[in-house]
Unconditional design. Structure first.
Length: 394
């Protein structure tokens, strides 16, 4: 029990740090992207300032200048934005190990999808995350780099294939998290391998009083733009574990792609709304895709002519299939307290949470996770009939 308790606290502390540094990283990305699109660029041609911006915040006025090439000398205090990205990625990988590797049979492996060993699942996990960087970086360094739309199209196709593949080998929840981890790796890799080296080259060029290769800065700017568009899909992947109707659906990979596309459309709207009068259509497009995802994830109709099943019968099912986790003192390794505080030890307790039980056990089949305790289809139908009986009483 001590091990499970320690694991839960590791999960909490790492997740908390991951959340904090993630906010810092994404906040900086949003701010600098907003800054780039709101600079006043009406400067004299001979002016070394490419754009400036006045802002008011926190009781003060701020004036920011962007240099066309660089200042005459490097200032003593030059602020870099990199540790937020590195720390977010590192804590994310540790969190992945704590939650999904230490509890592979619960959260990572679903025998109904693919009956993997723990070693096989972990190997696929690492390969999908690390391999995604090499595929993406190879695409960005290919001749497609001269054609931005074709480049984005190739990256999008890869992410679609990755989503489909991962949903065919992992549990739906794990597939979503791994797609998010892969996208997060692309973003952190962009910072580490491209953006920061480009910025260091700009600093060296100023120190050595020589011209900077413009292609270096252009590559850094392109990768930074990619990161900006990936932020909302990554955020959705992170919060998706709370919404089984998405990852628990048979078309979960397609739902993930559709919601991600809606996020990209929303991000693009905010990027171009200052310069395009027709940007509003992006929000309409995004809402239409979300509506499509909502329709696609809708549960199939349930037979309402089922024989009535009592709470006592369903409590027996819960005792056989859910008692390793949803009791006062869980016996499942890695679980120190009942998930989400849900305890199913009495008829009153299961009736209170009937809607949630019905959704998780019948509509999405996401509980028990990975069907670890072997709940049968007959038992799921009993839960469905019980839920319908309660509905008819109401």
């Amino acid at each position: 029990m001590l091990d499970s308790h320690l694991q839960e606290w590791l999960n909490l502390l790492i997740r908390w740090i991951h959340f904090i540094v993630g906010i810092a990283w994404i906040g900086a990305s949003f701010y600098f992207n907003w800054l780039e699109h709101n600079l006043n660029r009406n400067r004299a041609p001979e002016d070394r300032i490419a754009g400036d911006l006045w802002a008011v915040h926190g009781g003060g006025f701020y004036h920011l200048d962007k240099y066309a090439s660089g200042p005459d000398r490097i200032p003593g205090a030059l602020h870099w934005f990199k540790w937020e990205a590195y720390t977010t990625w590192l804590t994310g990988m540790v969190l992945l190990a704590v939650v999904y590797y230490l509890n592979a049979q619960i959260f990572l492996i679903d025998p109904s999808v693919r009956d993997l060993t723990q070693a096989e699942a972990m190997l696929i996990s690492v390969a999908s995350i690390v391999g995604s960087w090499f595929v993406y970086d190879g695409i960005c360094r290919s001749p497609l780099a001269r054609h931005p739309r074709a480049l984005i199209g190739a990256v999008f196709i890869y992410l679609v294939l990755l989503s489909f593949f991962l949903s065919s080998v992992f549990s739906g929840r794990a597939a979503y998290i791994h797609v998010g981890a892969a996208m997060g790796t692309l973003m952190a890799g962009n910072v580490f391998f491209v953006i920061i080296p480009a910025q260091k080259e700009m600093v060296r060029a100023l120190e050595e009083n020589r011209e900077t290769d413009p292609s270096v800065g252009a590559r850094g700017l392109l990768r930074s733009l990619h990161n900006n568009y990936l932020t909302l899909p990554v955020l959705f992947a992170m919060i998706s574990i709370h919404f089984p109707s998405t990852y628990g659906n048979s078309a979960n990979w397609l739902i993930l792609i559709m919601v991600s596309l809606a996020g990209v459309a929303a991000r693009h709207y905010f990027n171009i709304r200052k310069t395009s009068r027709s940007a509003w259509w992006l929000l309409v497009f995004g809402f239409c895709i979300l509506a499509g995802a909502m329709w696609l994830s809708a549960p199939a109709p349930v037979d309402r002519e089922q024989v009535a099943v009592s709470s006592k019968e369903v409590l027996g099912v819960m005792s056989n299939r859910c008692s390793t986790c949803h009791v006062e003192t869980p016996s499942q390794a890695g679980i120190s307290s009942p998930p989400a505080g849900l305890i199913f030890e009495t008829a009153k307790q299961i009736e209170t949470h009937a809607e949630l039980i019905f959704q998780s056990v019948v509509l999405t089949n996401t509980m028990p996770p990975g069907n670890l305790t072997g709940m049968t289809e007959s038992e799921r139908q009993s839960v469905s009939a019980w839920y319908q009986s309660l509905r008819r009483k109401d």
